[in-house]
Design a protein around this ligand. Sequence first.
Ligand code: SAH
Length: 270
Amino acid sequence: MNSTPQSNAEEVAALYDEFSEFHARICDSNLHVGYWPEGDENSSFQEATAHLTDLMVRRLAPRTGQRILDIGCGIGQPAFRLAQAAAADVVGITVSKRQIERATARADELGLAGRVRFERADAMKLPYADGSYDAAWLFESLIHMPDKAQALREAARVLRPGSRLAIADMFREPEKDWSEIHPLVTAIRLDEYGPLLEGAGFTVVDIEDVTPHILVPETVRVSLRAQMLEHRDEWVRIAGEDVVKAMLDPEVNTFYTPGLGYVLITAERR
Ligand code: SAH
């Protein structure tokens, strides 16, 4: 897998080869943010990340026997929950070899290896036939892909017409450029998603700004921050001082960078 201007696959793979184990050990096996419903101050980080997965599952509305593609699968936690929710067959792809190894081992442990499998592939050039999937999601993965139109065109190509696509991702406020903070993150504006999806062959069903719900409640934030601080040096080595600083700044909400929002999207392949 070579990195081209359209694909930063090798750099992303190197980041996640290291980061995934750390994040799983310190925080959670879900490599995405949490969702706290209004008034919920008590759910743990782990409960909140599972809650976000459940919202994505609902958006995808999977059915028994469907073939579903998880584009940017991390270490497989969302894929397992998805497969359990609907007795569907799930293929997860990531560019990280270590993520594949861990996700595959976990599928075995959970007795899901028959229905959930993981492959190393680049979302920019999916190794699957046209119309070979019934649904797909990009769960906090599009953020890393510099050519988002190409990623969405590829998703559209492998989906049969009428299929659902769900997206969970960050977006940036117009004045904010997150690439200044991390070179492997390219957040777009909220109003860019619609035209991008339409242009790639999807009809937008729903776009929801859920930013207030991803803010970590104070009690959870305090314990999470303490836990992360204990392993600060290791984290800095993996993610870089700027990222760690931005995430742990006592002035801002842990795991939240000012100027970034969070969106959930449902779309349908035309
Ligand atoms: N969806 C998972 C992981 C999110 S982290 C979860 O919610 O737990 C982002 C994921 O996107 C990582 O697995 C990373 O390897 C993957 N990714 C980023 N760019 C990619 C690309 N070009 N092709 C395939 N996967 C990619």
